[in-house]
Design a binder for this molecule. Structure first.
Ligand code: GSH
Length: 220
């Protein structure tokens, strides 16, 4: 039996983060695609909702957590779990100043920036608040640009080759999927040269390449 099963969607940035982390740690996994749009969204179907009552992807199942099964949601928690049990390479430093810089910057992206642009938010705006395609794109761009302005400023103090110094960290794992989303929704990256340059370096790394949305089996 495969140890890790990842319920995910190719374009989901939270799933993309977990794919990158699994690849960096060279942990093989079985991908179980959950189509977020087909048939009203497979994340709402009973089979998946029983696994993750939040009806969001990703969910990681570890079939061998000390001989037991562990079902885990929340991409940052999944990555934290992988980091503790499979620490090579470590994505959140164990201690020291870097630990807190990495955690705060990753949360800036994953907790403050990303959720307001989630599919269910956009669907609600469109269904109940008359948002058309142009207003939806403006909404996405506004929140991403706001987050990127702050991130660009913060990275100028701490970046090296990657977001925090010269080792790949959880911030990098969150950054690349967020830039993918930004590009998808037409955000102009020219005001964010540090973000753009770190992202293009990361995109050459094989673990990031293999995790790219368009390379996933469910990409359509
Ligand atoms: N905080 C969660 C966020 C999960 C999440 O928002 N997933 C999105 C895709 S990136 C989703 O499943 N959206 C489906 C929907 O909005 O119905 C995590 O980091 O795992």
């Amino acid at each position: 039996m495969t140890q890790f099963v990842l319920y995910e969607y190719w374009r989901s940035s939270a799933s993309y983060r977990v794919r990158i982390a699994l690849n960096l740690k060279q942990l093989p996994y079985l991908s179980m695609p959950i189509h977020l749009l087909k048939d009203g969204g497979e994340q709402h179907h009973a089979m998946y909702a029983e696994l993750n009552a939040n009806e969001l992807v990703p969910t990681l199942v570890d079939n061998d957590f000390d001989g037991e099964k562990l079902v885990l949601n929340q991409s940052l928690t999944i990555i934290d779990y992988l980091d503790e049990h499979f620490p090579h390479p470590r994505l959140t430093p164990v201690s020291g100043r870097e630990r807190y810089l990495v955690t705060a910057l990753a949360q800036d992206i994953a907790i403050d920036l990303h959720p307001i642009n989630n599919l269910r938010v956009i669907q609600k705006l469109s269904r109940d608040f008359d948002f058309d395609e142009t207003s939806k794109a403006k909404w996405m761009q506004h929140w991403i640009e706001l987050g990127f302005h702050a991130l660009e400023k913060k990275l100028s103090d701490v970046h090296g080759k990657y977001c925090v110094g010269d080792s790949i960290s959880l911030v990098d794992v969150c950054l690349v999927p967020q830039v993918y989303n930004a590009e998808r929704f037409g955000v102009d990256l020219s005001p964010f040269p540090t973000i753009a340059s770190i992202c293009s370096t990361l995109r050459e790394h094989p673990a990031f390449v293999a995790a790219e949305p368009e390379r996933q089996p469910d990409a359509s």
